[in-house]
Design a binder for this molecule. Sequence first.
Ligand SMILES: Cc1cc2nc3c(=O)[nH]c(=O)nc-3n(C[C@H](O)[C@H](O)[C@H](O)COP(=O)(O)OP(=O)(O)OC[C@H]3O[C@@H](n4cnc5c(N)ncnc54)[C@H](O)[C@@H]3O)c2cc1C
Length: 395
Amino acid sequence: MAGSYDVIVIGGGIIGLSCGYYLTKQGKRVAVIEAGGFADGASGACDDMILFQSKKPGINLELAFESLELYKSLVGELDDSLGFANYGGMVLIQNQQELEVMEEFVTQQQSYGLDVKILDRKEMLRKQPFLSDRFIASTYSPMDSQAYPFAVMHKLSGKGRKLGMQVIHKSPVTGIEKDGNGDYRVSTGQNLTYTAPVVVNATGAWAGKVAALAGAYVPMEPRRGQIIITEKVPAVGETNLWTAKYLVSKLKSGFEIDSTEEEKRLGLGFAFTRTEGDSYLIGSTRESVGYDKRTTMEGIRAIINQAVSIVPVLKDVNFIRAIAGLRPATPDGKMILGEHAGMKGFYTAAGHEGDGISLAPITGKLLADMVCGTTDARLGELSPNRFAKDAKEVS
Ligand SMILES: Cc1cc2nc3c(=O)[nH]c(=O)nc-3n(C[C@H](O)[C@H](O)[C@H](O)COP(=O)(O)OP(=O)(O)OC[C@H]3O[C@@H](n4cnc5c(N)ncnc54)[C@H](O)[C@@H]3O)c2cc1C
């Protein structure tokens, strides 16, 4: 027996650490149990954006606003800049069809309170003079921000530990069962057992496997994303960049994107963000390749070719690293946050796909509130129980 706690959080990525931190702040005795080392999951192999422009009006956009405010307060609370920056972002538009879809989308986002607008070509080039000729317009939002995930996790873990949170690495959870007192017994690969009345499954892309250990159902698919990191370079224009192509294809059914077979297979989309260390993160792919999180020559080559075709000056910039992580994807594109029906004390907080950095603080805070007895009526649509029918079909 290795210890008993009020709450055991399984998974030490940005979501697990945020849940652990906010639970600890509310006075709970918490252990965060992580299979690997620090930042071993997607949170250690991703971009750093707190991105608004990619989100449809609805719960994800609403929670992103709240998460941004929490990030601002965490900067003071955790005594660190957290790499928090606010360069704003532009979504690049290359033809009239894309422009029409983006104009409609921007109007919806504006009515939801997002500070975003369409820039004509001249205004776009004023902010980003290094773009290739093929873009006719862009969007611009000054709200798109960023935070350095390693710093956020390091500080959540450090401050949490000061308040009494335990973070236990190299301990893959291999079993979850109930004991005679109604507590969960969580066992790890080292044959150690931890007990608590509440368990939070925050294992990202692995959340389906960990839920199954407890007899719960969580539909989760890994989506591999590869990115490259450049050497330090002077700023390339004023803002971070994305292309509209994939966003538009998601917004408008039947929209045909002019991509090669390779680009489609890799799920290639352009993301270009400046880091605190003056390098650029350039991505990315979105691949269904199971739990394989290796980088590939095909992926790296495609990212480089795409980047140079969009921002030609990048041909003179060296890239120094490539990384890949597994985004945790749910069937409806929304995270899973809540207690499982019929399993008192068993919660899941996972499935943030490409938004886990943006939504980490608000996820941790809402989860802690829920465990401590405050229910937020909006969270029904994120409940794990929305997939109950699928669970019956699977079993
Ligand atoms: C290329 C790429 C770019 C991205 N860019 C952005 C971005 O700009 N903005 C943004 O908001 N999001 C972005 N994301 C998404 C973001 O990285 C994820 O949504 C987020 O990291 C998920 O965090 P997590 O804690 O749920 O998962 P993870 O960080 O994967 O953590 C889950 C942890 O659970 C552990 N685990 C698994 N099984 C067990 C077990 N049995 N026992 C114990 N521990 C276990 C794993 O080791 C892992 O450390 C990007 C992702 C990728 C791949």
